[in-house]
Design a protein around this ligand. Structure first.
Ligand code: MN
Length: 272
């Protein structure tokens, strides 16, 4: 049975916590774990679950990768010891009873306190996968309640306020004085629309943009986008690693130019 949803074995009390010298590590390889349909009585729409961790003995934590097709969601429920959700793909929604529907995206982490009535699922126009980490108490990880109605589900999620600062490459700032309409297109269509689309995270958009600018050897545009990439959660080590990788695909000179730009940007950014 699936401990995310149903009663499992009770933890066994252990008299001592002696180190288990001969216990084997268990590695289950990617792609080798079964993916099952989630139990229909607790979900609306198509939902599948890949269990990542099933607690045994005194262990309490269970973890599962739960994938929701667009529009699919859990029923209302609560967890006796709370739950942590890590969004790993797509765009989803979550709501606490009495609170607003909130949008969640790749990389977002949600902690749900114990005994808090809530639901989670995909957006209406995007699938969503999250890793759910839940502790089992007395064999149960969740207390299930009524289904989320279409009216409850369709409440518009509150807009996500971008955490990244205004991009230094934004149109008005760069060339609003000489090319106001081009600046407006840059700000409204490129940054206001394309960058804001939910299909890729801000971090992933930064990574592909930086990669393209490095490959095309565009140091002027790269400067602003490296700063933006750091603000969007890419580490310096990751940006350097991307540059190193690109040396083999885009050419050594392009990568060397990019490293020089990165040195300037990292130093200037850190002084602010
Ligand atoms: Mn939950």
């Amino acid at each position: 049975m699936n401990p995310l949803f149903t009663a499992g074995g009770l933890p066994q009390a252990s008299p001592d916590a002696a180190l288990a010298a001969d216990a084997e590590l268990q590695i289950t390889r990617a792609g080798s774990r079964p993916v099952n349909a989630a139990p229909e009585q607790y979900f609306t729409g198509r939902v599948s679950v890949e269990m990542l961790q099933v607690p045994s003995g005194e262990e309490r934590s269970s973890a599962g990768a739960v994938s929701f097709k667009p529009g699919a969601r859990t029923h209302w429920h609560s967890h006796p010891l709370g739950q942590t959700l890590i969004v790993t793909a797509g765009v989803g929604r979550i709501q606490r009873w009495g609170g607003p529907v909130e949008e969640i995206r790749v990389g977002d982490v949600v902690h749900i306190p114990p005994h808090t009535k809530h639901w989670h699922g995909a957006a209406s126009d995007s699938a969503m996968t999250h890793t759910a980490i839940t502790e089992v108490l007395n064999g149960s990880a969740a207390d299930w309640l009524e289904a989320v109605t279409d009216a409850q589900y369709q409440e518009r999620p509150a807009p996500v306020v971008a955490s990244a600062p205004a991009a230094p490459s934004q149109g008005q700032q760069l060339f609003g004085d000489i090319a106001p309409q081009f600046a407006q297109l840059t700000d409204e269509v490129l940054f206001g629309n394309v960058w804001a689309r939910p299909g890729l995270s801000q971090r992933d958009r930064s990574l592909i943009t930086v990669a393209a600018l490095i490959a095309m050897n565009r140091p002027d545009q790269l400067r602003g986008h490296l700063a933006r990439a750091r603000a969007n959660g890419l580490s310096d080590a990751e940006l350097i690693e991307a540059t190193t990788h690109l040396a083999f695909y885009a050419g050594w000179p392009s990568a060397v130019t990019a490293i020089g730009v990165a040195r300037e940007v990292f130093a200037a950014d850190d002084k602010r």
